[in-house]
Design a protein around this ligand. Structure first.
Ligand code: AMP
Ligand code: ZN
Length: 449
């Protein structure tokens, strides 16, 4: 039994997916306005280990993992203005770099990577529902979520409202009924990116983006929602509130998981606003390998803070060097199963330090060692499995295809939930875009007609 620490419950719980044939996980992905630093890849690596573990337990095709790309945001608009280029020049550049850096760390492509800009209609639809149900109001061109309308507000982060407001950057604005009310939609000036809707041209707030992308790509209630600990409030609290209110109280996620921060030696959290950050490219240029960086990120339990410095990387190099030597010339083409002790350690809330200790205990057995290191996803040991579906699913090469995949997955979710009206609605949306669907035993295929 996999056990996971659930931020919402503040305890470790047995993990029971809603449907073991379709385990759903969503992790908040990067806002692509600058190159991600190594700390940004801690969630990418941690949840990559989790998706591998889930596939090992439930079956390679029984897990749908989505990680979004936030490609509309004021920081992106600022960067585009500073460089005098179009927004998609910025978002394309940094999304490409993100995917390259992730690949260097052995992070597999998620099944879906919805993009905010291709899910705008879903966001608008959700805002309309929230407004109709009395959970959102319009004020000075904005649409705001009314936190007082939701009795459970604050239940995820478990902080009293006034404390949350004092501790976080909650924008104070005269048009808010309550200082904690947050923006669902904001007006765009002529020279700002915007979409026509809701009585005016504008753009979505960050929180509604994830709520809408989750509903569209995975369904109403998902099994696992992940991200960095800093996202608990306000981002995840707000996602929770919006989705529950839009879906008549149905929870957005059953398990909330948050990774601790990576601290640069000397303390203080690393963030893109600090100058002293290291990105994967710089670390690789300095001679560290993708294997070393991945193993370094996994050396502490994911919920603990991790000090990222030369000492950590040096220890990781020594440990890994020893193991890679011990692998010797064991054939790499065949992938032995991971040793049970390693899998068991990971079953216990992804306890990677315990898994590494279990590996040390079997290091004399080169086959078991190969199985263990490959299971942890060391990039030099290559892709563990070829999911043929992954190749044509989403991806930045063809954002239209990514959006279609998202809709197809949303329709599948609706069908599994026997929500035929929703399934028909999505087919209708696709038909209107000239996409025809064919349902077969191997799943749904689509083509442009
Ligand atoms: P951002 O692009 O800033 O929204 O961050 C993307 C993800 O990286 C979020 O899940 C953050 O919580 C996470 N993150 C940002 N900085 C760090 C850090 N220093 N250590 C660990 N995770 C981080
Ligand atoms: Zn999010």
């Amino acid at each position: 039994m996999i056990r996971l620490y659930n931020t919402a419950a503040r305890v470790k719980q047995d993990f029971k997916p809603i449907n073991p044939d379709r385990v759903t996980m969503y992790v908040c992905g990067p806002t692509v306005y600058g190159r991600a630093h190594i700390g940004n890849f801690r969630p990418a690596v941690v949840f990559d280990v989790l998706q591998r573990l889930l596939r090992h337990h439930y079956g390679p095709d029984k897990v749908i993992y989505a990680r979004n790309i936030t490609d509309i945001d004021d920081k992106i608009m600022d960067q585009a203005r500073a460089e005098g280029v179009a927004i998609d020049v910025i978002t394309d550049r940094y999304e490409t770099l993100y995917l390259e850096d992730a690949a260097a760390l052995g992070v597999e492509r998620p099944d879906l990577h919805p993009h905010a800009t291709t899910s705008i209609p879903a966001m608008i639809a959700m805002i309309e529902v929230l407004t109709a149900k009395g959970h959102a109001y319009a004020a000075q061109g904005h649409v705001l979520f009314d936190v007082a309308s939701h009795g459970d507000y604050g239940s995820l982060s478990r902080r009293p409202l006034d404390e949350m407001i004092a501790g976080a950057r909650v924008e104070v604005a005269p048009y808010k009924r309550n200082p904690a009310d947050f923006v669902l939609w904001k007006p765009s000036s002529k020279d700002q990116a915007g979409w026509p809707s809701l009585g005016g041209r504008g753009r979505p707030g960050w929180h509604i983006e994830c709520s809408a992308m989750i509903a569209e790509s995975l369904g109403t209630t998902i099994d696992i929602h992940g991200g960095g600990i800093d996202l608990t409030f306000p981002h995840h609290e707000n996602e929770c509130a919006q989705s529950a209110c839009a879906h008549d109280g149905a929870p957005l996620a059953n398990v909330w998981m948050h990774n601790g921060f990576l601290n640069f030696g000397g303390g203080g959290k690393m963030s893109k606003s600090l100058g002293n950050v290291q990105n994967v490219g710089e670390l690789v240029a300095a001679g560290w390998t993708g294997d070393e960086l991945r193993l370094g990120l996994l050396s502490a339990h994911y919920r603990q803070p991790l000090t990222w410095d030369e000492a950590l990387l040096g220890q990781t190099r020594a440990r890994l060097g020893n193991w890679l030597r011990k692998l010797g010339d064991v054939p790499r083409g065949v992938r032995p199963p991971p040793p049970a002790a390693v899998v068991e350690a990971l079953f216990d809330d992804l306890n990677t330090p315990a898994a590494l200790a279990a590996i040390a205990a079997i290091e004399h057995d080169s086959e078991a060692l190969l199985g263990a290191l490959a299971f942890l996803g060391l990039p030099s040991l290559g892709p563990e499995r070829s999911r043929n579906a992954a190749n044509n699913r989403s991806g930045r090469e063809d954002p239209d295809a990514a959006h279609i995949e998202t809709l197809v997955a949303g329709r599948l979710a609706a069908r599994l939930a026997k929500n035929w009206a929703e399934s028909d609605r999505i087919r209708g949306v696709l038909t209107a875009q000239g996409i025809s669907l064919e349902d077969g035993p191997g799943g749904t295929t689509w083509r442009r007609s």
